[in-house]
Design a protein around this ligand. Structure first.
Ligand SMILES: [Ca+2]
Ligand SMILES: [Ca+2]
Length: 342
């Protein structure tokens, strides 16, 4: 699961191809949603499509849970895969669709394609993809808007979760589209605009971002503009991640703490900060530390962070049916769903 960083680095550096259109949706057989205990339970269905705007086209898959019937607005989870993955792989490794069927929410899996990045990585490190109304964030936001237009979605309960390059893109989406994305979970990922070039992305992954998380947090709040709002944030990172340095998890937490400091009251006064207000340790196959960060004005937990001992570059508590997933560790999928309030 934990592929050599050198390989990923080489893949990351492969040139992005032109914005070629992708073949239309194919009806490839959908794998099981994952989980051996699923057979007795009704399951949802896959819907797929392609979204196109001035910045190109991307394929997506949508999981419509068994219980969805349009009678009530349901939450929407946006899942951003990592390099070399696709929606099926990410669904299998995270088992998010099992949660979706159990709790009745929709799951959107935007897909990067090899035409746009040789390793299917989201191109989170290019300026064109770091602004609202531009690049890959605009394509993903367009997909969310399409789902909202086609299904009854509870707009107040739309969250994005991603791993690795998808985690970095999740940070970008939260800062550029807070009207669509109301909660964010970053697994083995990076802070907002952690790098601004391809070579810089390799350095950020190896050593942590060059950019001050406090400054990036302020930039995120500023870039939200009139749409600025608190952004409940969940961060997961393994201490043995040799692909994306765990420092990036620390930076992501600090960045969104500063964003929330500003977004809650418009003032940089530390009512939300990156000093944990409560910390607990536990063991779920691996030992881990959970830290909560509260808004001191009302006590609400705005950020939560899991540091998982010995976990590599992987989604903790997942299924080996998918890549970059480690069955050991806290069940990130269930914890995200809980934290998001789905
Ligand atoms: Ca404040
Ligand atoms: Ca502050």
């Amino acid at each position: 699961m934990n592929r050599p960083a050198a390989l990923l680095t080489a893949l990351l550096l492969t040139a992005c191809g032109p914005e070629l259109s992708r073949p239309p949706a194919v009806s490839s057989p959908a794998p099981a949603a994952g989980g051996s205990g699923l057979s007795a339970q009704a399951t949802g269905a896959w819907v797929s499509g392609t979204y196109t705007n001035a910045y190109g086209s991307r394929f997506y898959r949508l999981w419509v849970p068994a219980g969805y019937n349009g009678s009530a607005a349901r939450p929407l989870m946006v899942m951003l895969h990592g390099c070399t993955q696709d929606g099926y792989d990410f669904a299998a490794g995270t088992r998010m669709n099992v949660q979706a069927d159990a709790r009745n929410f929709l799951v959107l899996y935007p897909e990067q394609g090899s035409a746009y990045n040789g390793a299917d990585c989201w191109n989170w490190f290019y300026d064109v993809n770091q602004r609202r109304g531009s690049g890959e964030p605009s394509l993903i936001a367009g997909m969310i808007a399409r789902v909202k237009a086609s299904y009854r979605v509870d707009a107040a309960r739309v969250g994005v979760a991603g791993i690795s390059a998808g985690g970095a893109m999740s940070s970008l989406l939260a800062c550029t589209y807070p009207d669509h994305v109301r909660r964010v979970a970053v697994v083995a990922g990076l802070q907002y605009r952690a790098a601004t070039t391809a070579t810089g992305s390799v350095d950020a992954m190896r050593n942590g971002s060059l950019y001050d998380p406090n400054a990036r947090g302020s930039a995120c709040a500023a870039d939200m503009g009139s749409l600025r709002r608190p952004m409940p944030t969940l961060v997961f990172h393994g201490t043995a991640d040799s692909t994306v340095n765990p420092l990036n998890g620390t930076q992501t937490l600090a960045q969104f703490a500063q964003t929330n400091d500003l977004a809650t009251d418009g003032v940089d006064n530390g009512n939300v900060d990156s000093v944990a207000d409560a910390t607990a340790t536990a063991t779920a196959c691996r030992s881990y530390t959970r830290s909560d960060y509260r808004d001191s004005t009302n006590g609400s937990v705005l950020l939560r962070r899991y540091v998982v001992q010995g976990l590599g570059h992987a989604w903790p508590g997942g299924s080996t049916a998918g890549s970059y997933s480690d069955p050991c560790g806290p069940d990130a999928t269930a914890l995200i769903v809980d934290f998001f309030g789905f």
